[in-house]
Design a protein around this ligand. Structure first.
Ligand SMILES: O=P(O)(O)OC[C@H]1O[C@](O)(COP(=O)(O)O)[C@@H](O)[C@@H]1O
Ligand SMILES: [Mn+2]
Length: 643
């Protein structure tokens, strides 16, 4: 081992005792049951629903409460207590307003603190003391540890508890302590979170989801197609930028751009007001009980057209300079007869409905007007200089990958592009041919390069980020082509269809899934592929667990816009030392309803896989890392202290 490395290590472990203690500590960790992994996907800006799933650990919090308090508390009391753990501040306010005297309130405080103190050792039984300590609210660590670790041998338990809790109450610290304990419980229930893509688009608050993830104790992200669209925009792809703005306009979410990320839309609005009128095809989709004035809707409709046209124009030169994308079929602006208002696609001519080609020169349909060019340039400048967006995009890069191998499973948002016989599809880029895992690695390399070079806007790497959004062999898109143009302008619905990659029916087949796991050097007997991206239509009887359990699809539709097709409000997956469980969530109406009626979004559990023997940390990714650390420490011990 390198001497310098050893010197550095010896600085940290500067005595034999320190090395020995750390080895013992690490060995002990290896023999603990593995922590619970929590998988979510396709959050699509639905911050409130995501918060709920995160706070209740997909039902795990309530399960732990039930394990301990069934028989002692009524079902109603269990629900109330669970709600307090999920939303401590709000629930405390609500409960406190029901008490008429301080005595009553103080009694309630005592009971609740005692319950939480009983729950914590149970929820943390898989962790070392030092890990638990890190999860405790820092200002109360001393007090909580006193309560947790006291023995009743020599002291009177009740007195001991009472004196500490009474002090807390009289010093008016009870609310803070309860909230701190509640967050500790939430944190203990889930050890690690996987976000299998699509944080952004359609829903109203992706920025708040990002803030939550930034504060989360342990997570990784597999980028979704919508996430790379945002990364692409930030990395200098104007066409990706036009797409994110178009989607925000379409779903009436321009607030995300203006208010959350502080990007000035005035230049785009001026352009939109100058050229566009009302147009039913571009009216925003309003979700739930969202209301907008007629004037607001009209304004968005105009912006929506302006940015869609900029997007179509920007696509064209990329398609032309990148023949390897094989997207010539998408050069639709050139296929429009602007006189007759018709478009010819795949040999068929269709009338254009609700066209808005005011800024198009039929001789040069993809040429941006000077004003359009200025608008998109200004927008790109603001996007790349938004402090908050920079923070969010950097985090997305730091925690994100295109796919992840974790504890024997393969996590990937979309697919591994296959041909209809199940072979990996290939793409030739700069004279090299790539397929399967190598293609995915190349995509990721290009994305990272583009992100690191935001000043380059037309290079191959930046164009490839857009390809990841919409290209046939993109592992995130997984469809032949994106029919955005057709959906706006052509009535005939058959032109709107987006044909899926064969992966999406081949993944039902166990052999195919095993082969893909092997291609990624994973053990097909142990591993699973975990996908998001395609909403599972439970309503039509589709099963999210496929290929004899080798494939699990967890996109059940957090996205409100898709709930009518899925019939539920999303799946999540839990993987603990006993096995894997899929959780189906019912529609989340509002936090208010959970708070006041204790109504918890009902989750239905399905067993995906049961471990024959309880899985220990030793058998996990982290376990492998720890074993490496132990080896190094043993080496240090021998080389420096055992002479
Ligand atoms: O109906 P919308 O929201 O415009 O989106 C449709 C587009 O979104 C996509 O489904 C991609 O988004 P998802 O990853 O959420 O499926 C495209 O295939 C399709 O063209
Ligand atoms: Mn997706």
């Amino acid at each position: 081992m390198n001497k310098k490395y050893l010197d550095l290590l010896a600085e940290k472990y500067d005595s034999e005792e320190k090395v020995v203690t750390e080895i013992i500590n690490l060995e002990a960790i290896l023999n603990l049951p593995k922590g619970t992994e929590h998988f979510v996907s396709d959050l699509h800006g639905e911050y409130q629903a995501f918060q709920h799933v995160l706070r209740n650990g997909s039902g795990k919090v309530k399960e732990k409460i039930r394990d301990i308090f069934t028989g002692e508390l009524s079902e109603q009391e269990i629900s109330e207590f669970a709600t307090l753990v999920y939303y401590p501040e709000e629930k405390l306010r609500l409960i406190k307003s029901n008490f008429t005297s301080d005595e009553e309130l103080n009694e309630w405080y005592k009971a609740v603190i005692e319950r939480m103190i009983r729950l914590i050792p149970y929820a943390s039984s898989k962790y070392t003391r030092s890990k638990l300590r890190k999860a405790l609210p820092s200002q109360f660590v001393f007090i909580i540890e006193e309560l947790l670790y006291k023995t009743d041998k020599y002291t009177n338990k009740t007195d001991y508890y009472s004196s500490i809790t009474e002090q807390i109450i009289s010093l008016r610290q009870a609310d803070k302590l309860i909230a701190g304990l509640a967050y500790t419980i939430q944190r203990l229930v889930v050890d690690h979170l996987h976000v299998v893509g699509d944080i952004y688009d359609r829903g109203p608050e992706p920025d708040k989801i990002m803030d939550t993830l930034i504060d989360y104790h342990s997570l990784d992200i597999q980028w979704g197609n919508h996430d790379v669209l945002w990364l692409g925009a930030y990395s200098g792809s104007k066409v990706c930028l036009a797409n994110i703005l178009r989607i925000c306009a379409r779903y009436a979410n321009l607030d995300i751009i203006e208010d959350a990320y502080g990007i000035n839309l005035r230049p785009l609005l001026n352009l939109a007001e100058k050229y566009y009128e009302d147009n039913p095809a571009f009216r925003p989709k309003l979700q739930g009980d969202e209301r907008l004035t007629e004037k607001e809707q009209l304004q968005i409709t105009k912006i929506h057209q302006a940015i869609a046209m900029i997007q179509f124009k920007l696509e064209s030169p990329i398609i032309k300079r990148r023949s390897c994308f094989n997207m010539e079929g998408r050069l639709l602006l050139e296929k429009v007869d602007y006189e007759k208002q018709e478009v010819t696609i795949k040999g068929e001519t269709h009338p254009i409905e609700q066209g808005c080609f005011q800024t198009i020169d039929p001789e040069e349909p993809d040429r941006l007007l000077e004003e359009e060019q200025q608008v998109i340039d200004k927008l790109l400048f603001s996007v790349q200089h938004s402090e908050k967006l920079t923070r969010h995009m950097k985090f997305l890069m730091k925690k994100g990958n295109l796919y992840l191998k974790y504890n024997g499973n393969l996590l990937i948002h979309g697919c591994i592009p296959l041909d209809k016989d199940g072979n990996m599809e290939t793409m030739t880029i700069e004279e090299e041919t790539y397929g399967g895992r190598e293609l995915l690695d190349l995509f990721e390399e290009k994305l990272r390069y583009s992100f690191a070079n935001p000043g380059k806007t037309d290079d191959l790497a930046t164009d490839m980020v857009w390809y990841l959004w919409t290209g046939e062999y993109s592992s995130l898109f997984g469809k032949r082509e994106m029919t955005t143009f057709e959906r706006y302008f052509i009535k005939d619905k058959s032109t709107h269809k987006e044909e899926k990659n064969p992966y999406y029916y081949l993944r039902e087949n166990e052999e195919v899934c095993r082969k893909m796991l092997e291609d990624f050097d994973l053990d097909p007997d142990q591993g699973h592929i975990i996908n998001g991206h395609t909403p599972v239509k439970e309503i039509e009887g589709e099963n999210p667990v496929k290929a004899g359990g080798k494939m699990v699809v967890i996109d059940g539709g957090f996205s409100k816009a898709y709930q009518s097709t899925t019939g539920i409000a999303g799946y999540t997956l839990l993987f603990n030392s006993f096995g894997m469980q899929l959780v189906a969530h019912q529609k989340f109406s509002s936090k208010q309803e959970v708070l006041s009626d204790g109504i918890d979004v009902l989750s239905v559990r399905r067993l995906v896989d049961k471990e024959l023997e309880r899985k220990m940390v030793r058998e996990t990714n982290i376990g492998t890392e720890i074993m490496g650390q132990i080896d190094t420490l043993r080496y240090l011990l021998k080389a420096r202290y055992m002479k």
